[in-house]
Design a protein around this ligand. Structure first.
Ligand code: AMP
Length: 216
């Protein structure tokens, strides 16, 4: 099993880097944000619970997240042998649970990338961001709405993610990232697993730097 993780505040470009690395390294992309948005569309008590958290802009508790992530990750074999985690683990408890699950499968995270970005640049990106609900491709529409435009990649409908477009909410989401995930960054730094990447560089450069870190 070969597992990587990408962490970073909203707007840092985790999804874009994930797509580059998955193509270059033949990895399966597992974004917990995309997974939660997909589960929230289910007509079931679990779907309703995730809808509630997403509508309120609150991260679902670890007890709700861990089972679906581990189930999807299929740590003990299955189709996710080479996986790139995007936005996970987000809390120290998730990191410890992931390590325990990987340990039990005789595996370990190969590397954790932290993509950093200034608040100004992140807000400039997210104010006009729209995402495809099917493939998560992201688009920028600075001059208006994307309501009647479809995804040029897969034809899916475009939507705005919770709080994109509202600077106050974006600042709050960024703060939640540092509060919840700061300890995770320290945890992997202490274990020599953390690689830091400047998310403001052109996307091809960010992924080249990530590949260099993996080869080092
Ligand atoms: P993202 O697409 O990574 O920006 O995530 C969107 C939202 O999904 C976040 O604001 C959280 O509410 C939730 N989320 C994503 N990953 C996790 C995670 N590992 N644990 C808890 N909530 C998460």
């Amino acid at each position: 099993m070969y597992t990587l993780s990408i962490l970073g505040p909203p707007g840092a470009g985790k999804g874009t880097l994930a797509r580059h690395l998955c193509a270059a390294l033949d990895l399966t992309h597992l974004s917990t944000g995309d997974l939660l948005r997909r589960l929230a569309r289910e007509e079931s008590p679990r779907g309703a619970a995730f809808r509630h958290y997403i509508a309120e802009g609150i991260a679902p508790p670890d007890e709700l997240i861990m089972p679906v992530v581990l189930e999807t990750l299929a740590v003990c074999g299955g189709p996710y042998e080479r996986v790139l985690l995007d936005g996970f683990p987000r809390t120290l408890a998730q990191a410890q649970a992931l390590d325990a699950a990987l340990d039990a499968a005789n595996a370990a995270l190969a590397r954790v990338f932290y993509v950093y970005i200034s608040p100004q640049e992140a807000i400039a990106r997210l104010l006009y961001r729209w995402n495809c609900i099917q493939c998560a491709a992201s688009y920028t529409f600075p001059n208006g709405t994307a309501e009647d435009q479809g995804c040029t990649r897969c034809g899916g409908k475009l939507e705005r993610r919770w709080g994109d477009g509202n600077p106050d909410i974006l600042n709050a989401r960024r703060q939640v990232f540092y509060d919840d995930t700061g300890p995770v960054l320290d945890y992997y730094e202490r274990r020599g697993k953390l690689g830091q990447l400047n998310g403001e560089l052109p996307e091809a450069e960010v992924s080249a730097l990530a590949l260099n870190l993996l080869a080092a």
